[in-house]
Design a binder for this molecule. Structure first.
Ligand code: HEC
Length: 469
């Protein structure tokens, strides 16, 4: 396995950037960076969950050594940048500043993008398979969905929605709601109503803004006529007081079953809100497909919590899918530093964040001594260190029979695609199917029976096929 993975990354990384990394990426400051910063800013400072530190001009702070040291010390927690004053001495912070300056001076070679230009054949435990590029030229693609005829829709986080028809991207659809594209927010998931062929409804989950600097996760539906968004109806909008300046943890995915829809909202950077059932944050919500609240939701009468809540105690779920046979709801959610989870979602259950978690704070301090507690659901699978677990999909194709109904889990930071065979609530077999093609933002089954991956850095869509004969 390891040899296979090493070869892939050699193929995809330019020789220049390998050389540059070797020279500087050693010693204590590099280690401080790796331990404290890489999880968000990327192993090579190229950006990931948070922005690149290699860009010409930083957004939030002046580019002086003093400003950088101070920023590392106090952070900006509301905007998702942790404070490291308790985790590092002033001398360590100073050495990190020097390290970042060194890395910036090499930025030209380090940001060089890897790109999959031709098919790649890879060996996994059960199959040799082929990765075929489908499209590129997108900007932070976030989600891909197909209707029953195989027509695709793709979202780009800055706020664009495009058709993907016969391998070609359309111009953006006109007139979709404006999104607040900041931090982790923007246009997220897209989903076709299960009866799309009859009713034409398409659903979006996005970061909606109020004024310049307050945002929240909202759900909207509309119909597309040609390239025009029409008949728009808001399906979910939180009360105005829940729109905040926090730029992190919006969730989200949308899934349907039996006339209902489910979607997630993350803790919005406020972990305590996940245990507050009167906060919309840190929950999976369930509504009728037209936005009405079902009267058999756990808090339908509003007494113990918000009527829309289905399950709570979540940190930031960005994967949501129904099992194709059992009809169970499964989710994946980002942990802090460690503690990424795959969960089997049950009505009215508490998934424990931040009272229980396998993770720790980004600055190395503990969050809790508990990884499990009575009355709180344990994850079916957790990853510590984090892989930045994002989207999930059950394989329902025919080409790879041994994968049937296995859960495919995509990692952003790890750039890994995991395959889990689950029996009941236990993982009985698992492997990393591929690694190093890019940050995996969405994993979805195509109507053609193939598994599609939406990748960031490089921004593209690929699919997994049997080898060419
Ligand atoms: C939990 C994720 C996270 C970790 C860990 C993290 N950062 Fe950040 N960082 C962010 C976010 C989010 C922002 C953007 C904040 C904003 O929008 O103002 C940011 C901004 C920055 C910026 C300003 C960049 C710009 O363009 O404005 C610098 C510099 C920076 N971080 C350095 C570091 C260093 C050094 C470390 C390690 C000691 C670190 N960060 C660890 C999330 C993180």
């Amino acid at each position: 396995m390891h040899i296979r993975l090493a070869i892939i990354s050699l193929l995809l990384t330019s020789p220049i950037s390998l050389l540059a990394q070797g020279a500087i990426r050693q010693g204590a400051p590099a280690e401080l960076y790796r331990v404290h910063c890489a999880v968000c800013h990327g192993n090579d400072l190229q950006g990931g969950a948070a922005g690149s530190l290699l860009v010409d001009k930083w957004e939030s702070i002046r580019q002086t050594d003093e400003a950088l040291a101070e920023y590392i010390r106090v952070g900006n927690t509301e905007r998702g940048m942790p404070a490291f004053g308790d985790a590092m001495t002033a001398r360590e912070i100073r050495s990190l500043v020097v390290f970042i300056n060194e890395m910036r001076s090499d930025a030209v070679v380090l940001v060089e993008q890897k790109a999959l230009e031709a098919d790649l054949e890879l060996q996994s435990d059960h199959y040799l398979f082929r990765v075929e590029p489908v499209v590129d030229g997108l900007e932070i693609p976030w989600a891909l969905a197909f209707d029953s005829e195989g027509r695709g829709l793709v979202t780009e986080r800055p706020g664009r929605l495009r058709w993907l028809l016969d391998g070609e991207l359309s111009e953006p659809i006109n007139g979709i709601p404006e999104v607040l594209h900041w931090g982790q927010g923007g246009l997220m998931d897209v989903a076709f109503h299960p009866d799309y062929a009859d009713n034409g409804w398409i659903y979006l989950v996005l970061t909606e803004g109020i004024g310049e600097n307050r945002g929240m996760t909202s759900v909207v539906r509309g119909r597309i006529n040609g390239l025009d968004w029409q008949d728009q109806e808001w399906i979910y909008r939180a009360e105005e007081k829940h729109f905040t300046a926090a730029r992190v943890h919006f969730g989200s995915r949308i899934v349907f079953r039996d006339g209902y829809l489910w979607f997630a909202i993350g803790d919005r950077g406020n972990p305590g809100s996940s245990q507050d059932t009167f906060s919309p944050n840190g929950n999976i919500h369930r509504l009728y497909d037209d936005g009405r609240v079902p009267d058999d939701n756990p808090f339908a009468d509003g007494e113990g919590g918000l009527p829309t809540i289905w399950s709570w105690g979540h940190r930031n779920p960005q994967g949501l899918v129904f099992h194709p046979v059992s009809g169970e709801l499964w989710s994946a959610e980002h942990g802090p530093r460690g503690g990424d989870e795959v969960n089997w979602i049950q009505k009215g259950a508490n998934y424990g964040w931040p009272v229980v978690t396998h993770g720790i704070n980004y600055n190395g301090t503990p969050i809790t001594e508990y990884i499990s507690k009575p009355g709180m659901k344990d994850p079916v699978r957790q990853w510590t260190p984090s892989i930045s677990v994002c989207a999930i999909a059950f394989y329902t194709g025919e080409d790879f029979g041994a994968w049937k109904n296995n859960l495919f889990v995509g990692g952003l930071r790890s750039e890994e695609l995991w395959r889990l065979t689950i029996r009941g609530s236990e993982v009985v077999e698992e492997e990393i199917v591929l690694k190093g093609l890019g940050r995996i933002r969405d994993v979805t089954m195509g109507q053609d029976g193939n598994l599609y991956l939406v990748l960031n850095s490089p921004d593209s869509i690929v699919r997994l096929l049997p080898p060419a004969d």
